[in-house]
Design a protein around this ligand. Structure first.
Ligand code: DUC
Ligand code: ZN
Ligand code: ZN
Length: 487
């Protein structure tokens, strides 16, 4: 009998350090050896001519979740993680979304139960806080962070979920004390509301006015504000979905100042522009998300920022709504852009789109692709080295790619429940053919083999990314922690 349950043989193993010809030996759920000419396993996968990559870590996706506007998204954990797996992603971080009046602890229990019933990939949650009551801040949040839910999501806009500045600071102070990251949807609420109200009152209601209602400065202003909060409390933050050149420049400057800021962008900001929403009737709704995609100049700035390391993470922001009365058109055929749910499906296309651009078309390198789609999100969110890399001792989460397979994206080929992809019609080169999650083949021959509910929750320790950059203090103490600001 072999010492290895499975050997992935003869492939090129990709990491942030390079691409090396190696076999990968797996026992149970873990990688136990890497090297050439490893002994025969009980089972073997022939990976000759294939790239053997870490399974993707998608650190920003909305699954089985009620939006801020009260619209249920189209996916269950089963359908969303099925799509993720087909696209080479083996870990998702979605939201345990607290709406006002909800008890946070119950929210986490509810989402955990949903994921434990349906998920095919492994999963974790960001704690989405929209009701920072004493119960939330003093009782539930500290206990949940200590239990391993080590990232928090806050909104600076969206009427029903946004926090005021003082509330954001309250949440950040708890995060600092207990060791969690604070992730933010950062846009200036007043600017967006004022613009949207004026546009609608003048009859400019089509989807193409949605990008107009999110002035590019609304991102820059909110980024700058949140960064100064981060500086005040010495609390690490992640800025979600950077969409503008100015936003990327602000992140670069803040990191240069030594403020612990991480940032993410998404395929929609690299491959789409505001013009995508300019379609007949309400069709443009399918391309509507917030912040909106901008211009080709912004795309170029974001690519550069990824290359330079100013932006570290590439997530999907998968937020699936059907183009019908259950989703995008829930307010009816006369919907204004304000009434249309924001968000795009993207769990399945995230990795193939990025591989095609970065590797097949030569805009970047395989190493950088692995970094921004798997290793860096795993490190920043406290999942590494269990997730995000092919290393001895890590979970055997592996996507085996045919780098030459050409695929034309179509609505029909997608496996989530939204019924379309904003990237339909694109032909891309490179596709994950076999996907392993903790040593089990969950995708092969174009079919899914995992059972709903076989994904496991990933509780996390306090990673370095979550710790303050200055001298850590065990207690929240304005005298010792904020002395510099009070002087
Ligand atoms: N914007 C968000 O903030 N969340 C979900 C989707 C979107 O477009
Ligand atoms: Zn957002
Ligand atoms: Zn989002």
């Amino acid at each position: 009998m072999s010492v290895y349950d499975l050997v992935v043989r003869g492939g090129s193993v990709a990491s942030t350090e390079g691409v090396f010809p190696m076999d990968v030996a797996i026992r149970g759920e873990h990688i136990v050896a890497l090297g050439q000419d490893l002994p025969q396993g009980t089972r073997e996968i022939d990976a000759k001519g294939r790239l053997v990559m870490p399974g993707g870590v998608d650190a920003h996706c909305h699954i089985e979740q009620l939006s801020g506007g009260g619209i249920m998204n189209a996916d269950t954990f089963e359908s969303a993680t099925r799509a993720a797996a087909f696209g080479g992603t083996t870990t998702t971080i979605s939201f345990a979304a607290q709406h006002r009046g909800d008890r946070l602890r119950r929210v986490v229990e509810r989402y955990t139960a949903l994921a434990e019933r349906g998920a095919l990939t492994d999963f974790a949650f960001h704690l989405w806080i929209s009701d920072p009551t004493p119960e939330t801040l003093v009782e539930d949040l500290p206990a949940l962070i200590d239990a391993g839910h080590r990232s928090i999501k806050i909104f600076m806009t969206y009427e029903n979920v946004r926090l005021l500045d003082e509330q954001v600071l309250d949440v950040m102070a708890v995060a600092r004390q207990h060791g969690a990251l604070v992730c933010a949807h950062a846009e200036n609420h007043g600017m967006i509301k004022w613009m949207a109200d004026r546009l609608v009152s003048r009859g400019y209601v089509a989807p193409k006015f949605h990008p107009v209602s999110h002035p590019r400065g609304s991102e820059a202003e909110a980024f700058e504000r949140l960064i100064r909060f981060s500086e005040l409390l010495d609390q690490p933050i992640v800025l979600f979905h950077v969409s503008t050149a100015e936003g990327a420049a602000i992140v670069r400057r803040a990191r240069g100042e030594g403020i612990k800021v991480f940032a993410e962008t998404c395929p929609q900001y690299l491959f789409m522009t505001a013009d995508d929403t300019d379609r007949p009737g309400l069709e443009g709704a399918k391309w509507m998300c917030s912040p909106p995609p901008r211009t080709v100049r912004d795309q170029n700035a974001l690519w550069r920022a990824l290359d330079l390391g100013d932006l570290q993470i590439l997530s999907s922001d998968h937020a699936p709504y059907r183009y019908d009365e259950t989703g995008k058109l829930s307010a009816g055929p006369g919907s204004t852009f304000k009434q249309i749910a924001n968000g795009l499906p993207g769990l399945e296309t995230r990795l193939p789109l990025m591989f095609d651009a970065m590797v097949s078309r030569g805009m970047s390198t395989i190493e950088k692709f692995v970094e921004i789609t798997a290793t860096a999100p795993a490190k920043i969110y406290g999942l590494h080295p269990r997730k995000g890399a092919i290393v001895v001792g890590g979970d055997a989460d592996i996507a085996i790619w045919d780098p030459n397979r050409e695929v034309t994206l179509t609505d029909e080929a997608m496996h989530d429940n939204s019924g379309y992809t904003p990237f339909a019609g694109r032909t891309i080169r490179g596709w994950p053919e076999i996907v392993l999650r903790r040593g089990s083949v969950i995708v092969s021959d174009g079919a899914i083999h995992a059972k709903p509910g076989s994904g496991k929750i990933q509780l996390r320790d306090c990673a370095d990314s979550m710790k303050p950059s200055g001298t850590p203090s065990p207690e929240f103490d304005p005298q010792t922690n904020f002395g510099a600001h009070l002087a």
